[in-house]
Design a protein around this ligand. Structure first.
Ligand SMILES: [Fe+2]
Length: 346
């Protein structure tokens, strides 16, 4: 696989369905990824439907108050059941009304008397591994070898002063994007592109050439800017593989970039605007933070389209990354290492 993905990645890394399939097995079927915030699951029955590595699932709060991740696929004829987010007393399949309780047990299936080999008590929805970290619910298809809390201990320490568990996601903006997930993550973890993409929005105060990677290891990457007297500063964090968070200070706002990966060339970037508890009820603060991220991420969305068009090229060649792109190099090393480890295990 190392010959498939030299660093810096060549264009095939972003356009190949085979590489994407390998990433799915090597990374997304194994690693915990954030699916929602706990404040979305305030009361019993509150749920958020989503998917991890293409697997449909729903995260919900059970009657006993536990947070669980269940398969969102009916055991009968495999229709997906809950959609979006909301609150439900039970999970009812829209196809034939099979009904499951919040722990995933089948509690209702009409006209199944006399059905061959059917016993309702044998039927339940699969449970995935769910873990709450800093106010986010992370889900993984298989129980991780290392619990998230110990894996992300250093990142938790870096973020501790913000007390993010108390923040609230107050707005959500979807950016459907025709690009490979890696191109998006790479743009997130470098500010070299402020000169080109954000020349009038970010570059005037957060200069590309002053950005620096302040932490890089196999668990997380951190990129920062020096403090600007009026605008303050910001830092971006990438908890590998797919926890993306930007924090602006001292005018406090955070942006959680939830990346929903649909195909090798299609993602939805769902940006959640988060505010600290002291201003979380301020509609004005929410609107201001949302408007600024719409302006900025729209600029990113446009350039990601250019990149996806460019990686179709069969004649371009990789050259080198700038020292300002140390975060990109760190991310690429992580992806390559995971793919190599997966090939060795196979
Ligand atoms: Fe950007």
């Amino acid at each position: 696989m190392s010959s498939v993905l030299p660093i810096p990645f060549g264009p095939e890394a972003y356009r190949s369905e085979a590489v994407f399939e390998a990433e799915r097995s090597a990374i997304f079927e194994r690693e915990p990824v954030p699916v929602c915030r706990v404040e979305s699951l305030a009361e019993a029955g509150a749920f958020v439907a989503g998917s991890v590595a293409g697997e449909p699932l729903v995260v919900l709060r059970t009657a006993s108050g536990a947070i669980v991740a269940l398969s969102n696929v009916c055991r009968h004829r495999y229709a997906t059941m809950l959609e979006g987010q909301g609150c439900a007393a039970s999970i009812v399949c829209p196809y034939h009304r099979w009904t499951y309780d919040l722990d995933g047990r089948l509690i209702g299936a009409a006209f199944m008397e006399g059905a061959d080999g059917f016993r309702a008590s044998d039927v339940a929805l699969h449970h995935f591994h769910a873990e709450v970290w800093n106010g986010w619910v992370f889900v993984s298809l298989h129980a991780p070898v290392t619990p998230l809390a110990s894996r992300l201990a250093a990142l938790a320490e870096a973020l501790a002063e913000h007390r993010l568990a108390d923040w609230r996601a107050v707005r959500t903006i979807d950016f459907p994007s025709d690009c490979n997930w890696k191109a998006m993550v790479e743009g997130f973890i470098e500010s070299y592109h402020h000169m080109g993409v954000h020349a009038t929005t970010l570059e005037p105060f957060w200069h590309a050439h002053e950005s620096f990677v302040s932490h890089a290891d196999g668990e997380y990457l951190e990129l920062r800017h020096p403090m600007h007297e009026e605008q303050g500063t910001f830092a971006v964090y990438l908890g590998l593989p797919l926890f993306l968070l930007a924090i602006v200070e001292p005018r406090r706002a955070a942006y959680w970039y939830e990346v929903q990966i649909e195909r090798h060339d299609r993602i939805v970037v769902r940006v959640h605007v988060m505010l600290p508890p002291e201003i979380a009820d301020s509609a004005e603060a929410a609107t201001e933070a949302a408007e600024s991220i719409v302006a900025i991420h729209s600029e990113d969305q446009r350039i990601l389209r250019n990149v996806q068009a460019g990686v179709a090229s069969r004649f371009t060649q990789p050259t080198a990354l700038s020292p300002l792109e140390a975060g990109v190099a760190g991310f690429q090393r992580y992806v390559r290492a995971r793919l190599e480890a997966h090939v060795r295990q196979a």
